[in-house]
Design a protein. Structure first.
Length: 265
């Protein structure tokens, strides 16, 4: 789609993410592979000035109904710790919908190690990575990080969306191998995957407690309504420096208040 002069692109407060301001505002990432969509998402091409010259830049719409990171951003999360230049380990990549936006976001200086154990989804992931050299697809079980240790370097951030009851343990195990001290984690929790009998808020609280026993310091969480029911995204620091300001042991994890419905960026 041609945005031309009608669509205005504005920087989002999260570095590397943008808002396309048109009839309806949309969250967008700058397409690292212009001319190609990954999963049929809408593309917006706009004219921009670069060093005095007119250039065409393409953005891809990031739908919060299809991506938990996008839902957390729209839900007002303070920090997602994925920005230009970041090295990200992504557990539960599926066919790469959200991974592709992370690839746009970290850009050519960054890298996304994308782990998915389903061979079916893994095929799409591998095909997507052929066009995006900053994505390293890994078709393995995230429970066994030793199997892919030769492929993954130290990372700044781990994002996990494996929807498994032992997700906290899986993330802890991967963090021991790959996450730098003072690095960050972003975990999507689907309450009924962990305990379908307890209220969602109780499940989130117990997962946060589990994380605290594993060198993780949760800092904030947001629930993902209206995009996903009974889901939350928890964000925090791994082995923070003792004098670190970001999170102190025993500090309460803060639940973010939702922005008003009109504020849909
Ligand atoms: N994050 C994806 C997105 O936004 O496009 C959706 C992820 S989906 C909710 C969960 C994925 O985790 C599934 O594709 C599933 O096959 C994968 N998964 C579950 N357990 C896994 C494991 N132990 N290792 C690797 N992948 C796993």
């Amino acid at each position: 789609m041609r945005g031309g002069a009608k669509v205005l692109i504005e920087k989002h407060r999260h570095e590397g993410i943008f808002i396309a301001k048109g009839k309806d505002d949309a969250l967008v990432t700058r397409n690292l592979d212009p001319g190609h969509a990954v999963y049929g998402e809408k593309r917006i091409s706009v004219d921009e000035k670069k060093e005095g010259l007119d250039v065409k830049v393409e953005y891809r719409v990031w739908n919060p109904f299809r991506s938990k990171i996008a839902a957390a951003i729209v839900g007002g999360v303070e920090n997602i710790h994925v920005k230009p230049g970041s090295k990200l380990l992504y557990l539960g990549a599926a066919s790469g919908t959200t991974v592709s936006h992370c690839s746009d976001l970290v850009g050519p200086e960054g890298c996304v190690y994308a782990v998915e154990f389903s061979h079916r989804s893994g095929r799409d992931l591998i095909n997507m990575a052929k066009r995006r050299t900053n994505v390293i697809p890994i078709v393995e079980d995230a429970r066994y990080p030793l199997k892919y240790r030769m492929l993954v370097g130290m990372v700044d951030t781990i994002f996990a969306d494996v929807a498994q009851p032992d997700q906290a343990r899986i993330v802890g195990h991967n963090a021991q191998y790959f996450l730098k001290n003072g690095g960050h984690f972003v975990i999507s929790i689907k309450a009924n995957c962990i305990d379908s009998t307890a209220p969602a808020e109780a499940v989130f609280a117990s997962e946060i407690k589990k994380l605290q026993t594993m060198d993780f310091k949760p800092i904030e969480y947001v629930t993902l309504e209206p995009f996903e029911r009974d889901h939350a995204v928890v964000v925090g620091t791994y082995r923070p420096a003792k004098d670190g300001k970001e999170a102190k042991a025993g500090e309460k994890t803060e639940k973010k208040e939702k922005p008003k419905p009109a504020d849909s960026d």
